[in-house]
Design a protein around this ligand. Structure first.
Ligand SMILES: [Fe+2]
Ligand SMILES: [Fe+2]
Length: 428
């Protein structure tokens, strides 16, 4: 539901000045493409609490009755020391207190202790020392030492106990999983060596103040959806810097390099506007985490031309083409003129970015000939696979100017149908 706050915020260029300043600082860092890092605030470590519970099963040699199948339950409560400006996939220090109640065969044991090690967005590797008591013949005071590796919700461990002279291993499940899925909202994606780079962390600097005239569930869904958009727009800034540098390395015409850098500035503007849209629905000011601008080595020679062509097709012609069409559609649905104007401006930029991708593709084909043609033929039917609209799917946000994931997908299919004949004419 549009409200006065939304209209005011979209009009007011001075709103949340610190956010804009931060984004400008971020662009300056990204613009140097890996030559400098964003030192401001990079040393600060934030402490965050976490808690997990789990169950496990394995086998133990030694201990009560000579060992046997081992199983049980455990819980841990701990803290993470992480720099909020770092990419969510970078490792950070984590430590936790652990309580474990389990069995070796039919004999119970109870242990308390601690774990410490490294974690990142996917999981953790922690060493542990526990103290406790193991019942059963041959049992007694016990001090398991172990290493536990968690990836998402899967866990595996090895443990040895010098007092019981036992050794065991096994695996289990931990909940909630420590999981940060890389994803990209339809648009230009930042690449690392294996695919799409993780999106930067986004952090609310304050408690959301949900407006009274919009229900809490709806306001939360709108805030979250716009926050995800801001996160992805922000990640597109270094994605275009990455493209500009790769074009330069490949000796592309200066106008293509310049257009890629202009697109990076467009994406910065989109990040500010979409973050502001989130705040309109009561969202707190956002801090968008640092994105590592140089996430992979630049390709050289013919590899560079093939990479530029392939990524221009998938991320640009298709991905940004979809973004342009979907956001233009959302502009028509926008319940407030300010929101419609914002979306129209973003859609026009995205359409220009898609045209830049077509021009890069044509140039790479002209330069690279059959090598590039073959590389393109292999991805003709590819899709921007992990793209998502970023929209919270639990609530219908159409009346508020946001299309669902499925509607974005359908628009993407239509864009693709229109793009394929043009692609075939170029590549044939
Ligand atoms: Fe954008
Ligand atoms: Fe874009």
């Amino acid at each position: 539901m549009p409200n006065d706050a939304e209209a005011r915020a979209l009009r007011d260029p001075l709103i949340e000045r610190p956010l804009i300043e931060r984004l400008r600082t971020g662009l300056a860092a990204a613009g140097l493409a890996g030559l400098v890092s964003l030192a401001t605030g990079a040393e600060a470590q934030d402490f965050q609490l976490f808690g997990q519970g789990g169950t496990y099963i394995g086998y133990t040699w030694g201990g009560p009755n000579g060992g046997g199948v081992t199983w049980g339950f455990e819980g841990r409560v701990g803290g993470e020391l992480r720099d909020p400006w770092r990419n969510a996939m970078d490792p950070f220090f984590a430590a936790a207190a652990v309580a474990r109640f389990g069995f070796i065969g039919i004999e119970p044991g109870l242990h308390l202790g601690g774990q410490a090690g490294a974690a990142n967005g996917w999981g953790s590797l922690m060493g542990e020392v526990l103290l406790g008591y193991q019942w059963g013949e041959g049992g007694g005071f016990s001090m398991p030492l172990g290493v536990q590796l968690d990836v998402a919700f899967a866990s595996t461990f090895i443990r040895a106990d010098p007092f019981l002279e036992s050794f065991g291993f096994g695996g289990g499940v931990v909940l909630p999983p420590r999981m940060f899925m890389p994803m990209a909202v339809a648009g230009r994606a930042l690449h690392d060596e294996v695919g799409h780079a993780a999106l930067p962390a986004v952090e609310r600097l304050d408690e959301p103040r949900l407006p009274a005239d919009v229900g809490a569930e709806l306001a939360t869904a709108l805030c979250t959806s716009w926050e995800r958009r801001a996160q992805a727009e922000w990640a597109s800034v270094p994605a275009f810097v990455q493209l500009a540098v790769q074009l330069r390395v490949a000796d592309a015409p200066a106008c293509l390099v310049g257009r890629a850098l202009d697109a990076a500035q467009d994406e910065l503007r989109h990040a500010v506007m979409t973050a502001r849209a989130s705040m309109c629905y009561g969202g707190a000011p956002l801090r968008l985490g640092r994105v590592t601008p140089a996430t992979r080595a630049h390709a050289q020679g013919r590899d560079a031309l093939a990479r530029l062509a392939v990524e221009s097709w998938v991320d640009g012609c298709l991905g940004e083409g979809e973004a342009a069409a979907a956001v233009a559609h959302e502009a028509d649905l926008a319940p407030a003129p300010e929101l419609a104007a914002m979306q129209r401006a973003i859609a026009a930029d995205e359409a220009r970015h898609a045209e830049l991708a077509w021009d890069v593709l044509a140039w790479a084909l002209a330069e690279g000939g059959d090598d590039v043609r073959h590389a393109l033929a292999a991805v003709r039917d590819a899709r921007p696979s992990d793209a998502t609209s970023g929209v919270d799917s639990q609530v219908d946000l159409r009346p508020h100017g946001l299309l669902s994931e499925a509607e974005h997908g359908a628009i993407g299919d239509a864009v693709r149908e229109r793009a394929l004949p043009r692609f075939d004419r170029l590549v044939a």
